[in-house]
Write a protein that binds this ligand. Structure first.
Ligand code: ADP
Ligand code: MG
Length: 256
């Protein structure tokens, strides 16, 4: 992989649910250190695109490349599936997802949640993972919450635990799907601060967000998706400061 090889690249991706075509030929990529924000109306295909990127969803056409390595497929159209389970696991563990609803295990402590995937999926020794898990929990500001259960935390703390869990996979990139949408405004900011700190340390991230202020502050590239197609993309200053398309102007007005 040369420095210019994207960590994750999607080329001409098409995805349908039955007869509903949700992605109609989308290209997106993130190079090391890129923070790409993905914006667009509800239903435009943002979550589907993230899920296709880390192979939680199949797609019917187009390519997904991880560090230049193309996902291999068997079958075509609606029967197309990745053909190499090891490759899928490698890609999925290297593109950690953070979801709107945190998705923490309610029966595990915060520390156990953060350690779970490295230990059970990646087969790392618990003794090796635990110090790292504690460090990441400290880094997101909840180092004192290791032994409590998710229900004992605020939404903002739970989302920070979910970010620590993603970090503990030591992924090449993190994919965020509306990480602040389920939070009250005052809790939103504590999660935004963590994401900003990750951006400043050069993490590669793709962030689906409705928070235009955060998108403007943290990303170096913004992609506006409309009905399964990229309508406009560019650096945040241009996209927010000088939007070209009528649709993007309308969308930005509606989010103010
Ligand atoms: P966004 O994240 O931009 O709001 P989504 O990617 O969630 O959009 O959804 C895009 C479209 O795909 C919507 O019309 C949605 O109803 C549809 N969709 C999403 N997931 C499924 C599914 N599992 N089955 C059928 N349709 C789906
Ligand atoms: Mg969504």
């Amino acid at each position: 992989m040369t420095p210019s090889t994207p960590v994750i690249a999607i080329r001409d991706l098409h995805k349908s649910y039955g007869s509903l075509e949700v992605l109609k030929g989308v290209d997106i990529e993130a190079r090391r250190g890129d923070v790409v924000s993905l914006i667009g109306s509800s239903g435009s295909g943002k979550s589907t695109l993230l899920r296709c990127a880390n192979l939680l969803e199949d797609s019917q056409q187009g390519e997904v490349l991880f560090k230049g390595e193309a996902v291999t497929w068997k079958g075509t159209g609606h029967s197309r599936r990745p053909s190499d389970a090891k490759q899928v696991l490698r890609i999925r563990t290297n593109l950690s997802m953070v979801f709107q609803q945190f998705n923490l295990w309610s029966h595990l402590t915060i520390l156990q949640n953060v350690m779970e995937a490295p230990v059970t999926v990646m087969r790392r020794a618990p003794s090796e993972v635990e110090p790292r898990a504690r460090d990441y929990l400290a880094k997101v500001g909840i180092g004192d919450k290791c032994d409590v259960y998710p229900a004992q935390l605020s939404g903002g703390q739970q989302q920070r635990a979910a970010i620590a869990r993603a970090l503990c996979m030591e992924p090449e990139a993190i994919l965020f799907d509306e990480p602040t949408s389920a939070l009250d405004p005052e809790l939103e900011q504590e999660v935004v601060r963590v994401i900003k700190a990750l951006a400043e340390e050069g993490r590669t991230m793709i962030i689906v967000t409705h928070d235009m202020k955060m998108a403007r502050e943290v990303s170096n590239h913004v992609v506006f998706l409309h009905q399964g197609l990229i309508e406009e993309e560019g650096p945040p200053e241009t996209l927010f400061g000088n939007p070209q398309s009528e649709r993007l102007r309308g969308f930005l007005t509606s989010t103010q």
